[in-house]
Write a protein that binds this ligand. Structure first.
Ligand code: UD1
Ligand code: UDP
Length: 381
């Protein structure tokens, strides 16, 4: 192929930004082969801007769609409508989307309507449960029905795609680009004035929680269970960078405000957050990305969800699915705090999600697909 390949990335939320950033950097390094243009929907505003600043990414297009307490339908319709004209004008050879958000789904359908090839980064994750996580499971299933090039982080994700009769030749096992991001962020002696509220002489329990299917009473009950355990031991401190979703802010404030052993802080930029994982004792999370990052930093994660699309780390023992039942959360958290054998086993378990080279593999897979490279890249194992 003589002409350069025009690639447009589309992303909108914090996790998509963090996991697309290392890939964007890699595509930009390959400027002899690729013209890269980046579109942000800004489904998240402040939380995405933090990521753009950290990685010094200047978007070519900013749809700026975020509204307070936005609905799934409003995000979907705005993204599809706005992307249409951009795709008509730019005519990219490939659109890259990431993961399973509503931006991801809307961007994929818009690319399909314009008959543009779609590359799905983080393809093939499944719970096979329509409403858990909601709406992410259906977003990623629908995107994979539209996808032309699949970048599956693990062998398990590859197998999931084969079960759906996807073309084996179009699937590349790459590792997760979220693990690549750690190379940009983690630093052995990291400290910051932003951590001044946190008492590192105590054992830090780091919490993140935001899932739509947990919001409301369920989330408050989970938080109360966690607070009960924290209050049994003065040497524990709970740190929670609270997601900007109004529903999450309400639950966090209603349950935790006023407790001396809890630090509610603003969402951290990813450099601070990754280094805070590193300085924590245990991570509690319903997040997708955190289930991958914490094992790579040797920190046990109790996953506050009823299902996970990341069974690999459950199998290696690095994360444990404890669900949303308050009694089960209490039991598991207390046990992990007090039982050092159990703790060490989790902390030392293998990270199955990547070796930091996922972005290079994706870039090579694209070059192979467009005939620039003769050989298929070697899969991540
Ligand atoms: C979205 C994704 C979810 C992903 C999560 C990562 C969908 C449907 N959900 O969920 O898959 O795990 O992002 O965090 O795509 N807000 C702000 N500022 C921000 C970000 C959010 O004020 O920077 C507030 C707004 O009021 C917004 C609300 O949070 O309406 C919810 O944001 P939204 O993107 O709809 O859902 P998330 O729960 O963040
Ligand atoms: N994260 C961050 N700052 C925070 C909390 C999380 O940068 O205060 C990062 C985290 O390291 C991970 C990503 O945000 O890379 C996870 O995002 P989130 O939990 O919002 O979404 P999910 O992964 O569940 O889709």
């Amino acid at each position: 192929m003589d002409k350069k390949i025009k690639i447009m990335t589309v992303f909108g939320t914090r996790p998509e930004g963090i996991k697309m950033a290392p890939l964007i950097k890699e595509l930009e390094r390959e400027s002899d082969n690729f013209i890269t243009k980046n579109i942000i929907t800004a489904q998240h505003r402040e939380m995405l801007d933090q990521v753009l600043q950290t990685f010094d990414i200047k978007p070519d297009y900013d749809l700026d769609i975020m509204k307070k307490s936005q609905t799934l339908s409003s995000i979907t319709t705005k993204v599809i409508t706005e992307l249409d004209q951009i795709f008509i004008d730019e005519k990219p050879d490939l659109v890259l989307v990431h993961g399973d958000t509503t931006t991801t789904f809307a961007a994929a359908i818009s690319a399909f309507y314009n008959q543009i090839s779609i590359g799905h980064v983080e393809a093939g994750l499944r719970t096979w449960n329509k409403y858990s996580p909601y709406p992410e499971e259906m977003n990623r299933e629908m995107v994979d029905d539209l996808t032309d090039l699949y970048f599956a982080p693990t062998k398990k994700n590859f197998e999931n795609l084969l079960k759906e009769n996807k073309d084996e030749k179009k699937i590349f096992i790459t590792g997760n680009t979220g693990i690549d991001a750690l190379k940009y962020t983690v630093n052995d002696n990291f400290d910051s004035s932003e951590f001044k509220e946190i008492d590192f002489s105590k054992k830090i329990i780091l919490l993140t929680a935001h899932r739509r299917e947990n919001q409301g009473q369920k989330m408050e009950d989970m938080f109360k269970a966690i607070l009960d355990v924290i209050q049994t031991d003065n040497n524990l401190e709970l740190v929670y960078p609270v997601h900007r979703s109004p529903a999450v802010q309400k639950a966090a404030n209603d349950v935790f405000a006023g407790s001396k052993q809890v630090k509610l802080i603003n969402p951290l930029d990813v450099v601070h957050f990754h280094n805070l994982i590193k300085r924590s004792f245990i991570v509690l999370s319903d997040s997708g990305g955190v289930q991958e990052e914490a094992p790579a930093l040797n920190k046990p994660v109790l996953v506050l969800r009823d299902t996970t699309e990341r069974p690999e780390a459950v199998q290696t023992g690095a994360i444990k699915l404890v669900g949303t039942n308050p009694l089960v959360i209490k039991e598991n958290l207390s046990s992990l705090i007090s039982n050092s054998d159990e703790y060490q086993k989790m902390a030392k378990a293998k990270n199955p999600y990547g070796d930091g080279n996922a972005s290079v593999r994706i870039s090579e897979a694209i070059k192979y697909h467009f005939g620039i490279l003769k050989d298929r890249p070697i899969d991540f194992v």
